[in-house]
Design a binder for this molecule. Structure first.
Ligand code: NDP
Length: 244
């Protein structure tokens, strides 16, 4: 039986947990050959073991430009090209500006913004060759900033700005740029917040609503990348119904 992404090659960054893992599995189920990248090799190996299709696990640190280039090159070497980049790797280290450890800001900028820009730069020649797509996992924080999420929002506003400029540059050449903006998704994202009070607040917020599941976002990615070539799904804002 043929599936919608048969013959397509996808690279998912940050595929070792949460949204990236669910997206890699969903794209594999649609028939794509999937390269997965992250720092936790054990988690990527486990994912490869349960995916229905062929999965390549790659050591990837998106803050290291050479690592990003090597991951794209390894994907193309193994599968012969690249059709879709899912730029998903990210961290959220929230807290108020006045009390911030600026190393957290640097880590968010280097991961969420610069890391995803490196990935676009490395993947673009291949995407242009195949008239492929870039899926940028942004956030509701890419549209609205809230107290204690200033630096995180700055990175996601940056992702949105970069994506729109990129879209204007490559759409005439058939490359589609998809911005996905999730609201609260139940993942490990909040576990990395260093300040215990802010980590507890994030968990309380999650407990107060029916959060999205990573699969809800994976479904949106599948929808966007399985449209006919003349349809560009440019932006998908997906919130839990309970999130105001
Ligand atoms: P998780 O913490 O579950 O996943 C984050 C992923 O990013 C992991 O696979 C992690 O892998 C990877 N990652 C982090 N740093 C790096 C790095 N330097 N190099 C490579 N990979 C890295 O969280 P989510 O699934 O929730 O987050 C995925 C994306 O979704 C992020 O961009 C996040 O901002 C965004 N998002 C999440 C929302 C939510 O409510 N959960 C809402 C809106 C957007 P590893 O540690 O193994 O390297």
């Amino acid at each position: 039986m043929s599936s919608t992404l048969d013959g397509k090659v996808v690279l998912v960054t940050g595929a070792s947990s949460g949204i990236g893992e669910a997206t890699a599995l969903a794209l594999s189920a649609e028939g794509a050959a999937v390269a997965t990248g992250a720092r936790r090799a054990d988690r990527l190996a486990a994912l490869a073991g349960k995916a229905p299709g062929e999965v390549l696990a790659l050591d990837l640190d998106v803050t290291d430009e050479q690592s990003v280039r090597a991951a794209v090159a390894a994907t193309v070497d193994r599968f012969g090209g690249l059709d879709v980049l899912v730029n998903n790797a990210g961290v959220m280290l929230n807290g108020p500006v006045a009390a911030a450890d600026t190393a957290d800001w640097r880590r968010m900028v280097e991961t969420n913004l610069l890391g995803s820009m490196y990935a676009v730069h490395a993947a673009l020649p291949h995407l242009l060759e195949r008239r492929g797509a870039v899926v940028q996992v942004s956030s509701t924080s890419g549209r609205t900033a809230t107290a204690t999420a200033g630096a995180y929002a700055a990175t996601k506003f940056g992702v949105n700005a970069f994506s729109e400029a990129l879209r204007q540059e490559v759409t005439a050449q058939g490359v589609r740029v998809v911005l996905v903006e999730p609201g609260f998704v139940a993942t490990e994202l909040v576990d990395h917040i260093a300040d215990p009070g802010h980590r507890a607040l994030a968990r309380e917020m999650a407990a107060s609503m029916r959060t999205l599941r990573p699969e809800d976002i994976a479904n949106a990615v599948v929808y966007a990348v399985t449209q006919p070539e003349h349809v560009a799904v440019n932006e998908l804002l997906i919130r839990p119904t309970d999130q105001t």
